[in-house]
Design a protein around this ligand. Structure first.
Ligand code: LLP
Length: 433
């Protein structure tokens, strides 16, 4: 199985965290997101422990909540004692409403509006990750008005091409994010930030990409960042207290994706960082990582019901489910691979190749092409798409006025609870006047 929280029962049903997916669907309706709380907690703990071991006690993972944002996940992050990365008023409001300790929130984004800046300060967001000179000025002014000194990091663009797919590659010089070292803009914004009376510059942030499988990417970005940090010390006497290396470790969507040992990778980054700091005569800064996908991806599963099966002689077979690009736009956007299983026929041979498509009114609404399923697949069968915990619910839409799915959390104590309820038709018209 693609992930070890998936198993098969004697009667051929797919079990998620030991629970029958067929029963879950019958109980909560279709389609449905299901999440594994124990897995989310285990990953958060794994990061926290591995980072403390690798970088020292001051290290802290920040859950990149853009991967999956709802109140309960901030409660879980809070209980696990980790920080969060938030990127909008909506994520800030959700975290704050859930009682998250906002001093552990890092506010990202390349265009924080004045309203968002004010809200973030009102609720006491710990850090702003400042993306540009315009924003530096705006945050300083807002801090002056609020009568506070706002802690900030500066987003630096280290200029690395991670060879991941273009749409999620954010560390190159030509990027809408951050301040490039190569062009002198990174040094310039550092000097400007140091002069700001209402800002406390704590250090630097960089993010080199998503779905990264080798620590080599982190070695390279850490080297570039440390060289920059040494340069800032030499040029301006600036002592960096925090270094945030961003998110990015990859997850397994299909059997073709490698399995990575997070703890070992983080340990290697730690060793590399220590050696580089020593070579440059720098104090080891407090390290932050911002995992999103690798915290929640394999803690999530989507269940659908098959509606129609259409064989086009000489062409292909389409199996249509009751969801699609509204609950998972990732194939349409990035051509992302996923594993699809027939949850109620797990012991039957997957002897038919078909395209699993959604019910949205466009041809690009494909859940996954060339999937192998049992040839007996028919209306009312249940399909499970695995590894959907990251960037599915958080990127969901109401396209075609189809209500968004609920999330049922299989709790760490063996129970279950609805943490996001299913949208109703009334919800869909609630903003219409
Ligand atoms: N930190 C920063 C500054 C980021 O921009 C991101 C992701 C992360 C952390 C978390 O990266 P992760 O650990 O989740 O790879 N919608 C796309 C992913 C976009 C990622 C954007 N930034 C997808 O569905 O693949």
């Amino acid at each position: 199985m693609i992930s070890d929280n998936l198993t098969v029962s004697e009667n051929g049903e797919l079990l998620f965290v030991g629970r029958s997916t067929v029963e879950l669907l019958a109980k909560y309706g279709s389609p449905l997101y299901v999440m594994d709380e124990a897995r989310i907690r285990a990953r958060m703990r794994q990061y926290a422990e591995a980072m403390r071991a690798a970088f020292g006690e001051s290290a802290l993972p920040l859950y990149a909540s853009k991967a999956c944002s709802f109140k309960e996940i901030y409660r879980i992050a809070s209980a696990e004692g980790i920080g969060v990365d938030v990127v909008s008023a909506g994520e800030i409001f959700t975290a704050h409403s859930a009682g998250f300790p906002m001093e552990k929130a890092y506010f990202h984004g390349n265009n924080k509006t004045d309203e968002e800046i004010r809200l973030a300060m009102e609720v006491g967001v710990g850090y702003f990750v400042v993306d540009s000179i315009d924003e530096l000025n705006a945050v300083d002014e807002a801090a002056a008005q609020a009568g506070i000194t706002q802690k900030i990091l500066l987003r630096i663009t280290p200029g690395i091409d991670t060879h991941t797919y273009e749409a999620v590659n954010t560390g190159k010089v030509d990027s809408k994010f951050g301040n490039a070292i190569e062009t002198g803009q990174a040094a310039n914004i550092t000097a400007r930030a140091m002069e700001k009376p209402h800002l406390a510059l704590m250090g630097f942030h960089c993010h080199v990409g998503s779905q990264v499988f080798d620590s080599d990417t982190f070695f390279r970005s850490a080297d570039i960042m440390l060289a920059f940090i040494a340069d800032m010390k030499k040029q301006y006497g600036f002592v960096t207290r925090e270094l945030d290396l961003g998110g990015g470790y990859g997850v397994r969507y299909t059997e073709n994706d490698p399995t990575i040992d997070l703890a070992d990778n983080i340990r290697q980054v730690g060793e590399h960082l220590r050696a580089s700091c020593a070579a440059l005569a720098l104090e080891m800064p407090a390290v932050r990582l911002e995992p999103g996908r690798s915290i929640v991806a394999d803690a999530g599963l989507t269940l659908y019901t098959v509606g129609t099966v259409k064989h086009i002689p000489g062409y292909k077979t389409y199996v249509t489910v009751d969801g699609g690009m509204g609950d998972n736009p990732r194939f349409a956007l990035y051509g992302s691979a996923y594993t699809v299983l027939c949850a109620n026929k797990m012991t039957q041979a997957a002897d038919m190749v078909c395209d699993v498509v959604g019910k949205y009114c466009e041809s690009g609404d494909i859940v996954q092409p060339a999937v192998s399923l049992p040839s007996s697949v028919c209306r009312s069968d249940i399909l499970a798409v695995t590894t959907t915990g990251a960037y599915n619910y958080s990127m969901a839409s109401n396209y075609n006025r189809i209500p968004r799915l609920p999330i049922v959390l299989l709790t760490a104590d063996g129970g279950e609870k609805v943490v996001v309820r299913r949208e109703t038709l009334d919800d869909l018209v609630q903003y219409d006047l």
